[in-house]
Design a protein. Sequence first.
Length: 296
Amino acid sequence: MKRIGFLGFGEAARAFRASLAARDPALRFLAYDILLREEAAAPQMRAAMAAEGVAACDPAGLAEADWLFSAVTADQSVAALREVAPYLRQGQLVIDINSVSPARKRESAAMAGARSAAYLDMAVMAPVHPHGHRTPVLIAGEAAHQAGPELARLGFDFDVAGPHVGQATGIKLVRSLFVKGLEAITVETLLAAQAAGCLDQILQSLGRSFPGLGWPDFAAYEFERTLRHGRRRAAEMRESAAAMRELGLSGDMAEAIAGVQDQMGAAPAPPPAADNLAEGIGAVFAARNVKGGKAS
C-alpha cells in the first residue's frame, strides 16, 4: 500500500496526511475536493494541497489510490462517494471516516461493493489534533480483518467494533448524542444566564455541583468547540437523529442539539477566554442576536 487518496481535503484529511507522512515517508498522497470545481476557492485549495505534498486530482484520478479515505461533511458523504464510484476498482479500500448514520454507511458500502472495492466503516472517536491518524478509532465491516495488519503497521489506534458496516459509526453517534449535547446544553445555559443577568451565580452553582468538569476552562472549551465547529457538529447530530430513529427512538433530542450547534456555528464571535467569560459570552450573545430569550 503506497498511495493514499482523500475524498475531501478538510481538517481531518489534512491531519491524517501529516501524521501518515511522518510515519511512512514512502507514502504518496492525492486528493479530490469539491472546492476544486469552484472558481473562487480552487486556487487556495490547490495551493493547500501542493504545500502538503498532495497531488490534486479529479474524481477519476482517485482510482490510483490504494486506500481512499472519505472525509467530507456528513450531509455530503453519499453524494461525494456517488461522484467517484464509477472510478472505484477492485483491490481498492474505501475508508469512510464520516460521522453518518449506519444506514448511510451501508448505502456507501453498497456503492463500493458494486465496483468490487472493499469498504471499511471507521469512526473517529476524538478530535484529530494533535494525534492525526493515531487518534483512537473504531472499525467495522468485513474489510476490518483485511485492513487490520496494515493499520497496525501505520500506527493506527483502532479497535474492531464488529463484522458489519454501521457498527462503528453507530457507537460514535450514540456517544455523540452525549458529547455534542453536553456542549449544547452548556452554551445554551450560560447564554441564558447572561440574558437573565445571573451568569456569575450560575457559574458558581455549577462549579459547586460539578467540580470535576474544571470550571471555568470547561465552559470556555465548550464555547470554542461549538463556535468553531458548530455547523459540522450540527450535520453530525442530524445523522445521530437518523441513527436514533433507526433504533426506534424519536431523534428529537439530537435534532434540538443540531439546532443549537447550527446557531453557534453561525455566530460571528471569537471563543470566550476562561479568565474573562462574562465579556466573551456577552459577545457571543450579541452575535447570536438573542432577543426575548429566542434566537432571531
